[in-house]
Design a protein around this ligand. Sequence first.
Ligand SMILES: [Zn+2]
Ligand SMILES: [Zn+2]
Length: 249
Amino acid sequence: MRTATQPRLDAASQALRQWLGATVLPAQCALCGIGCPEVLCPPCRAQYLGLLRPRCRQCANPLDDVALLCGRCLHQRPAYDATVTAFDYAAPVDQLLLQLKFGARLALAPLFAQLLHVAIQQHAAWVAPHLLCPVPLGPARLAQRGYNQALEIARPLARLLDVQLQPRLALRVRETPAQSGMAPQERQANLAHAFAIAPEHAALLQGCHVGIVDDVMSSGHTVNALAAACKGAGAARVSILVVARTPPH
Ligand SMILES: [Zn+2]
Ligand SMILES: [Zn+2]
């Protein structure tokens, strides 16, 4: 039987699990499970990570040829100007990202920041942004999860890039239902006016190049909506920095 103290105990044990996930050194490789003091063992790093492929400079969808932009971006230009990603959202990286997002394995975030930094350094047309802004969660989802995985990645990435972090630049003003299971048009409508720029930070955006950070980019509607809000508030350029990109189906 649940008692009045149960929710508090549940919250405390969740917080403890998150603290453990964030602070205790991993004893096993997150992918193959062999004993290892780092998050990933050197063979897994070599096998799965750091395989960069040609991508559209604007949306980071994979390209087979040397074109700079994909057909979709040529047909309808997104609100953002460039996208850099480290991986396709596929096994085994998808499992690691799920561990960060839903398993509170916060120790993975600096690893993702490092790998994204490697991809950024190899990007032919990279222009450094003036500031980084993680995709914000709504208050209800933030309270439920206890952390924002995009901010966890953005914090070490800002240090690696030597760029200031502005975690409260953008606000999620409308809680949006989960995007999975929706038709593409529904997703886009679902996100219209989902973001606003915090009035106290709006002056920062005049003529600014913003780097938007997120864990995964799928349709791109989320980052596009946030990029449009930044441009509407005066940003001159927006680059998207995501750990993984879902390949188009
Ligand atoms: Zn391994
Ligand atoms: Zn594209």
